[in-house]
Design a binder for this molecule. Structure first.
Ligand code: ZN
Ligand code: ZN
Length: 186
């Protein structure tokens, strides 16, 4: 038996969804298959609302807090302000840049000095490694260290590999860089 909302015409359903915040959209999208297919909380919620929610979730939800069981210390989870998810610490780079320069078209400035006449500096909030690669904040041949201490590197086709487990990407044949990590910002 479909719920009352499911039986409403589409336009009315969308009106209802548009009044829901990120958290409610997430809850609803997990309720059943219909809502899972209809609701995309990431796309439907406002950025401000999503940022507020992940900040609160990382701080307040007990499953995201650091814990110490015997000798086993588990760092807490962190929030990503690009995909608005709270993720485990192995998804975050220990030394992620705090700011970046973008050019007139909003692209990240790399491999050249920023030009104060055309580029502007933006502050970056915390982002996960997947989002960093996706947004070009982590570029090919960057070396990363996760918050759990694992060493990673990014190959030419923008896949993330762990060191020393994989030192050459089977796909693009890119080799793990030996030089230390390049800083996005000096
Ligand atoms: Zn992310
Ligand atoms: Zn590759």
């Amino acid at each position: 038996m479909a719920s009352l909302i499911e039986r409403l015409p589409n336009e009315l359903q969308w009106m209802v969804f548009s009044h829901l915040d990120y958290q409610s959209l997430i809850h609803l999208s997990r309720m059943n298959r219909y809502f899972q297919q209809t609701i995309d909380p990431q796309r439907m919620a406002a950025s401000f609302d999503k940022a507020q929610f992940v900040m609160r979730a990382a701080k307040d939800f007990p499953q995201h807090r650091p814990s110490e069981k015997g000798h086993d210390y588990r760092p807490g989870n962190f929030e990503c302000y690009v995909c608005f998810r709270v993720r485990s610490p192995d998804h975050f780079d220990m030394l992620q840049p705090q700011s970046a320069f973008v050019d007139r078209l909003g692209r990240i400035v790399r491999n050249r000095e920023p030009d104060p006449r055309t580029d502007r500096q933006i502050m970056l909030r915390r982002f996960c490694i997947d989002c960093g690669v996706c947004e070009g904040l982590h570029a090919p041949f960057d070396c990363l260290t996760t918050r759990t201490g694992k060493d990673l590197w990014v190959c030419n086709c923008r896949r993330v590999w762990s060191k020393p487990g994989c030192l050459r990407c089977p796909n693009c044949r890119g080799d793990c860089p030996l030089r230390p990590r390049r800083k996005l910002l000096m």
